[in-house]
Design a protein around this ligand. Structure first.
Ligand code: GTP
Ligand code: GTP
Length: 450
């Protein structure tokens, strides 16, 4: 089995980024455009080494505006019939998720019926669309095909050459002009939860069970940020909202055939959430697809609770939970901070532990450690395991301070940031966890020169 490595990005605060989807029929250059934009513009602070294989989304910045770019390419249809079906799924998935669509067409091939089919679906959606004409390798003279695309009804195409990087700046200017402002409408003390996982693991059943049996007071409030409907509820004075994953309401069975979409669709919910409930089917065990979805929660710095559902289907002895825990820890090594609950929605076993666990994790997510107390811990840790040296130069740690919550983020001030070794950073993180807990939540450590 291939090992998937994840790169963690540090995203600013609580803002909700608009999503931009690149769509179009196969082979128009969607992935080339994605890579061009991401390759040039990506502005991330890397917290861990590693790359995500098969990267299909990226936080992107242009002129100080942030958005998430999604590549929907790579359908690999096996027949002409399949092209149409998969294209439609791709467009519909994009329409569900994104705030702006880049509809890419190919000047070399010219206008073909597949473009018109995509255009039909787009026209019926009410999403904002920018028509992008790719493969214009010479900007001096537009090919005749360029003008044909105006028949699609999305105005004059924006000319680009993704491969040669022509017109990309102008395209991005247009993108940010058309981005909506997105703000989260919930008060700061509302716990935002995303229930994520593969199709059929029991996400909808779980949500219904929580809402039906926990004596919660439920109200549906239409989201103003997108056309999803979130479920808001209150229990014992705490406000919760379950962020809609499009498929949960729409019963996105049609997407099942294409793994990519169930993964992408989880993304918008993950982005808005504080805490992700990662639901796994006990009988099927953790699969590659679970790892991918888990990786998205991790990359986005979310608190995570791992929920192993359908526990009723497992034959158990005294060691089953330990053995299962070991497997999960191994598969989701990057989520080593996440608590694991073994539940059955069907029998109700341990379902009532979920809201308790969410509250605990929420406390950790919001916890602040005073600089004085934090540095006592740091100083003790340094005594036990002195900082490393590189080429005869010794790393000096002056002090550490917590700079933010959700997730807890710490800045360490040192003499030379380059001297900080990955393993020493890990050691500092472990010392913090040993002393202060932070169960269920990721910790970021930023290295700063003083
Ligand atoms: N001449 C020219 N070729 C390009 C340009 N952009 C992309 N291509 C080529 O077009 C082909 C398809 O590009 P991809 O980026 O894989 O297209 P895609 O739309 O992601 O394709 P699917 O994954 O099949 O949906 C590749 O051979 C690219 O090299 C361009 O600006 N000019
Ligand atoms: N045995 C057993 N079956 C369960 C349990 N929870 C859910 N199921 C069944 O699993 C199936 C899928 O449940 P859903 O809640 O629709 O799953 P989902 O994850 O929302 O599925 P998608 O909407 O496709 O993403 C249904 O037939 C449920 O009855 C459980 O704890 N035990």
């Amino acid at each position: 089995m291939e090992k998937v490595l994840y790169k963690r990005l540090i995203w600013e605060g609580d803002s909700v980024y608009p999503m931009v989807g690149i769509i179009g029929r196969p082979n128009v250059g969607k992935s080339t455009l994605f890579n061009k934009i991401v390759g040039q513009r990506i502005s991330i602070v890397e917290d861990k080494p590693g790359v995500t294989r098969d990267r299909i989304y990226s936080k992107t910045e242009w002129l100080g505006k942030n958005f998430i770019l999604i590549d929907t390419g790579g359908l690999e249809p096996k027949s002409d019939d399949e092209i149409f079906t998969k294209m439609r799924l791709q467009v519909e998935a994009a329409i569900d998720m994104v705030d702006l669509i880049l509809f890419v067409v190919d000047a070399k091939e010219g206008l073909i019926s597949n473009d018109e089919e995509v255009a039909d679906i787009l026209r019926r959606s009410r999403k904002k669309v920018l028509l992008v004409c790719n493969k214009i390798d010479n900007f001096k003279e537009m090919p005749a095909s360029y003008y044909d695309f105006m028949k699609l009804g999305f105005g004059e195409p924006i000319p680009i050459s993704a491969a040669n990087g022509l017109g990309i700046g102008d395209l991005l200017d247009d993108v940010i002009k058309n981005l909506p402002e997105k703000k989260e409408d919930y008060s700061d003390d509302t716990i935002k939860i995303a229930v994520i996982g593969k199709p059929n693991v029991g996400k909808s059943s779980l949500v219904n069970k929580i809402l039906g049996e926990e004596r919660v007071i439920v109200s549906d409030i239409p989201g103003t940020t997108r056309d999803a409907i979130d479920t808001f509820f209150e229990k014992d004075g705490t406000n919760f909202v379950i962020i809609d994953t499009a498929g949960m309401r729409k019963k996105g069975k049609i997407y099942e055939s294409i793994e990519r979409y169930s993964v992408i669709r989880a993304l918008s919910a993950i982005e808005r959430a504080d805490i992700c409930l990662l639901v796994i089917d006990a009988k099927k065990g953790p699969t590659e697809q679970d790892t991918k979805i888990a990786g998205y929660a991790y990359e986005n710095n979310k608190a995570v609770i791992i929920i192993v559902n359908k526990w009723d289907l497992i034959e158990k002895d005294t060691n089953t939970i330990n053995e299962y825990t070991r497997i999960i820890r191994e598969k989701f090594a990057f989520l080593n901070f996440a608590p694991i609950l073994f539940i059955s929605v069907k029998t109700g076993q341990r379902v009532n532990r979920i809201l308790e666990e969410i509250k605990k994790v929420w406390e950790q997510f919001n916890k602040r450690i005073s600089t004085g107390i934090l540095n006592n811990t740091v100083n003790e840790a340094i005594l036990v395991n002195p900082p490393p040296a590189k080429k005869g130069k010794l790393l000096k740690i002056y002090y550490m301070t917590q700079v933010s919550i959700k997730p807890p983020t710490f800045a360490v001030f040192v003499n030379e940031p380059e001297l900080m070794h990955f393993s020493y950073k890990r050691f500092l993180e472990n010392s913090i966890r040993q002393n202060f807990g932070f169960s269920g939540v990721p910790i970021n450590i930023l290295i700063r020169k003083r």
